[in-house]
Write a new protein. Structure first.
Length: 215
């Protein structure tokens, strides 16, 4: 598969839906997935007809996190390049002018929870599962998770969730502040689209300037 095949793009009027599309590997955050996401987000942030972006995953999962096999096969130089490119993607999502709504069902582990936390709004299925799993695998968090999770749940709670690699569901995500809205199973995309349209209705220049004021 070419990297663009790992990421689908669909439109519902002025709202673009970007879908991580490797369900056989639970949408693992591979080099190809990262390249596809960067391409899509860079283009959409400059597209005048796009008012909001939904980020979700195919096959009932958001993303299970990094592609473990690729991690094992990377050289130090390749790993550094991958991390630099990942930070570029995070910066595009966090500082780009368009609102990004994460629609999370199933697993959002590792890089998955990190990507969701970077978004402007997180709509979580009640049965979603979040986990900053890095320390359980003897790894340090990447994908800007220390910053993004702290922004959502506060520094002390973020440190606890990262250190203990605690898994929690959609209801707990809402209580903690990891999620902004909760959706019942089967209604996730409807709820995410409603949120996207509300965010997209905000005057775009004001939204863009207000967004970067919090970075």
């Amino acid at each position: 598969m070419a990297h663009e095949d790992f990421v689908k793009l669909d439109w519902n009027e002025e709202v673009a839906t970007v879908t991580m599309n490797n369900p056989g590997q639970m949408n693992a955050f591979s080099m190809e997935m990262k390249a596809g996401l960067q391409e899509r987000f860079s283009s959409l942030m400059e597209d005048p007809k796009c008012r909001a972006i939904i980020l979700t995953g195919a096959g009932g999962n958001f993303s299970a996190g990094g592609d473990i096999k690729q991690m094992k096969d990377r050289s130090v130089v390749e790993m550094r390049l991958f991390m630099d490119n990942t930070q570029r993607l995070v910066k595009t999502i966090v500082t780009g002018p368009k609102p990004v709504i994460a629609a999370v069902e199933g697993n959002a582990y590792g890089a998955g929870i990190a990507l969701a936390a970077c978004c402007d709004c997180v709509v979580a299925s009640r049965t979603a599962k979040f986990c900053a799993v890095f320390m359980r695998l003897a790894q340090l968090p990447d994908t800007a998770l220390r910053w993004s999770l702290s922004q959502r749940v506060g520094p002390a709670k973020a440190q606890e969730l990262i250190t203990l690699a605690t898994a929690f569901d959609g209801e707990e995500a809402l209580r903690l502040g990891m999620a902004n809205r909760l959706a019942e199973p089967g209604s996730l995309m409807k709820s995410a689209l409603k949120a996207a349209r509300r965010y997209g209705a905000v005057p775009p220049v004001a939204f863009a300037l207000n967004k970067i004021a919090y970075v």
